[in-house]
Ligand binder design. Structure first.
Ligand code: HMG
Ligand code: MG
Length: 297
């Protein structure tokens, strides 16, 4: 049984741009997000309040957040690693945040300079407050399938973290195949006997081995109805050597349209947003669908 509707979470402005070699200025990032807002997407990750020394591409995400035209029907979120980031979210009246940890100690340490337990302790200091204030909280678990340093991840480790993050108050948990090595068998194993309501779980596939779309299909069959992607397949992960961008939103939309699953997203407008960002960062698209449809034009 496949879901009737799927929410696509567009992470291009954050996960995508954070790993592109070219840093875009605030105006171009705002223009990109404004285009995405017109596509019918209902969830867009705008940027992150992390150290600009670690992720220079997303410096001044506060100005981007302030500058975008906000459609009240769209959830605009900001990635927040700690109290400093949360305070900045409050200053900027951010209504939706995402915290992030990992199922691998080595990755967690390299990504946020903290152990997994340390990251949970950090989040526990502000997530309940965020909830009290009506702020939406998403939790990410990186290396849900494998870690670039430690190898395959046991599904039980991910399940344990899902429970802890939900208990803390997260509204939604996104399971990240950070390095894009998973195949449908691993996705099915990860999602078997999952100790959480499926409607609270999202899948987040990087497309290093070209398995993103087929992995999404496997997840849909398991009852997942929230899918993360980046228009044009932007990005990679700065702390995961060799990882390529997220699965492209156009490719995900083509799959979902073909399955008669409702998303509310308009392909033509999405292709325009993809073209805009490809021109700005000066590289060819990584989306198979964009390549095919541009050829038809
Ligand atoms: P740290 O060096 O351990 O932090 O970094 P610290 O508390 O020792 O502070 C060091 C400096 O950073 C200080 O400034 C702080 O004020 C500042 P200084 O005194 O040196 O001038 N600082 C901050 N500045 C801005 N915003 C903050 C902040 N916190 C401290 N929030 C820290 C710890 C978490 C900040 C650092 O490790 C960091 O920024 N990491 C970036 C991690 C990141 O953004 N990674 C990519 C996103 S995760 C991802 O892509 C995976 C995902 O897509 C899912 C998947 O694919 O698996 C979500
Ligand atoms: Mg990612």
């Amino acid at each position: 049984m496949l879901p009737k509707t799927v929410k696509i979470v567009e992470v291009g402005p954050r996960d995508g741009l954070q790993a592109e070699p070219k840093t875009l200025n605030v105006e171009d990032r705002i223009a990109f997000i404004n285009r995405l807002s017109q596509t019918g997407l209902r969830s867009i990750e705008v940027g992150s309040f992390v150290s600009h020394k670690w992720i220079p591409q997303l410096a001044e995400s506060d100005l981007v957040y302030q500058g975008i035209l906000k459609n009240p029907e769209i959830d605009y979120s900001i990635l927040v690693p700690n109290q400093v980031g949360f305070d900045k979210a409050l200053e900027n009246k951010v209504t939706s945040i995402a915290v992030f940890t990992a199922a691998s100690e080595t990755f967690c340490q390299r990504n946020i300079n903290s152990s997994i337990e340390g990251s949970l302790d950090t989040f526990a200091k502000f997530v309940p407050r965020a909830k009290e204030m009506g702020i939406r909280v998403r939790g990410y678990i990186s290396c849900a399938i494998a870690c670039p340093f430690e190898g395959p991840t046991a599904p039980s480790k991910v399940h344990e973290l899902i429970q802890k993050l939900l208990k803390m108050g997260c509204d939604e948990i996104s399971l990240g195949d950070t390095i894009g090595v998973g195949t449908p068998l691993q996705v099915l194993n990860l999602l078997a006997d999952i100790p959480a309501p499926l409607e609270k779980l999202a899948v987040h596939f990087h497309d290093t081995y070209g398995q993103g779309v087929v992995n999404i299909y496997a997840a849909l069959e398991k009852g997942i109805s929230i899918v993360d992607s980046s228009v044009s397949g932007l990005g990679g992960c700065p702390y995961a050597p060799g990882a390529s961008g997220n699965v492209a939103t156009e490719d995900v939309l083509y799959l979902l349209n073909g399955l008669d699953i409702e998303t509310g997203v308009n392909m033509e407008k999405l292709l325009k947003a993809a073209e805009y960002i490809d021109n700005k960062i000066g590289r060819e698209t990584r989306s198979k669908v964009s390549i095919a449809l541009r050829r038809v034009e």
